[in-house]
Write a protein that binds this ligand. Structure first.
Ligand code: SF4
Length: 345
């Protein structure tokens, strides 16, 4: 019989497990606390539970943990990039970033990705599999443990499209938010997506107060199809309509990500077009000077041009920032580390 990983269970699911053993509900709270706050990963070591319950649990369940395969420390700004090995030997990446206000973690939600974004190394080998809720959460726990820090912000912006792994991501959000575990406020969590309109609406209906970040990267559908191939299925207008619905339901300002690529989407006219799209929408634009990846000939926009693009948006009344590059010396481009590691090992 294949054992089930308790780390992927929400508190409500743990209650069902505990009740199935004829125990009282409060035991589930104890179990949840031990797994998600104290980071204990052996059922036998959970001293707070009666020995007989531990033995019964251990016959059907286990508490899975990621293994730190490698860690890369930036000498420039304290950013740490982790390569984690999963129980089935696949590798994923996560990043720990230090800001003035605390530590922020960028997490993966899938092994690989099938979205095919032009500038992204994570997608070059396609999608391997979805991560479970426990595997997403454990990236936080293992980085906290390894670096002896407390993570106060999370961005689901690593490998994978979170809305393609919807159920596990929603379970992860419930787990990480729960007061008996990490107790992280939803407002400290950002979900980044290429924009899948029906899933954005579904997420809006969950009314979770997380920040939604849309990777738009182009001001028109034709260009977007080249940069983000999933755009063949979803027009910019259908994504913006779903964003308006998200806004209505949550009253949360939407972020739009725009990776600037030299001579492709970085002209001032394109900035004007982009500003036109966002007119009247409660939003923020994050301009990302693209990271070069070995597998592509695309080049980052010059700093001067990034500034010009920024200034056009600002002159049109758009709230806009240029993302600071972190971990420039440790190959922080999405998915690059994992690919290099596979090649070298
Ligand atoms: S940028 Fe994100 S959505 Fe696009 S291919 Fe990479 S991991 Fe997937």
């Amino acid at each position: 019989m294949q054992k089930i990983n308790l780390k992927s269970n929400t508190l409500e699911e743990l209650e069902s497990v505990i009740i199935s053993f004829g125990e009282k509900k409060y035991r589930a709270v104890q179990l949840f606390h031990v797994i998600h706050k104290q980071n204990i990963d052996t059922i036998k070591d959970i001293a707070v539970l009666p020995k007989i319950l531990r033995n019964e649990l251990a016959q059907k369940y286990f508490i899975g943990s990621l293994r730190v395969e490698k860690r890369f420390d930036s000498q420039l700004d304290g950013t740490k990039k982790y390569l984690f090995r999963l129980h089935d030997d696949h590798l994923i990446e996560s990043v720990l970033m230090k800001y003035k206000h605390g530590y922020s973690a960028c997490l993966s939600t899938q092994v690989g990705c099938r979205m095919g974004c032009l500038f992204c190394a994570s997608t070059k080998g396609g999608l391997v599999r979805d991560l479970t809720a426990g595997e997403i959460a454990d990236q936080v726990y293992q980085m906290q443990k390894d670096s002896s820090v407390r993570i106060s912000n999370i961005v689901l912006m690593g490998s994978g499209e979170p809305l393609e792994n919807y159920e596990n991501v929603i379970k992860f959000l419930s787990i990480i938010h729960n007061e008996h575990g990490q107790n992280m406020g939803y407002r400290h969590i950002t979900l980044s997506t290429v924009g899948i309109p029906d899933k954005i609406r579904q997420l809006a209906d969950e009314a979770l107060q997380i920040t939604l970040s849309i990777s738009l990267h182009a001001p028109d559908d034709e260009l977007r199809k080249q940069i983000v191939p999933v755009a063949r299925k979803y027009s910019i207008q259908s994504i913006l309509d779903a964003c308006k619905y998200y806004l209505e339901k949550t009253h949360r300002r939407i972020t739009f990500e725009y990776a600037l690529i030299q001579n492709l989407n970085d002209a001032e006219e394109q900035a004007r077009q982009f500003a036109g799209l966002l007119k009247g929408l409660l939003c923020h634009v994050n301009l990302i000077p693209m990271n070069s990846i070995k597998e592509s000939n695309l080049r980052p926009t010059s700093q001067k041009q990034v500034q010009k693009f920024h200034d056009v948006l600002e002159s049109k009344g758009i709230n806009v920032t240029i993302r600071r590059e972190l971990g420039g010396d440790i190959n922080a481009a999405c998915g690059q580390l994992r690919r290099d590691y596979y090649k070298d090992s």
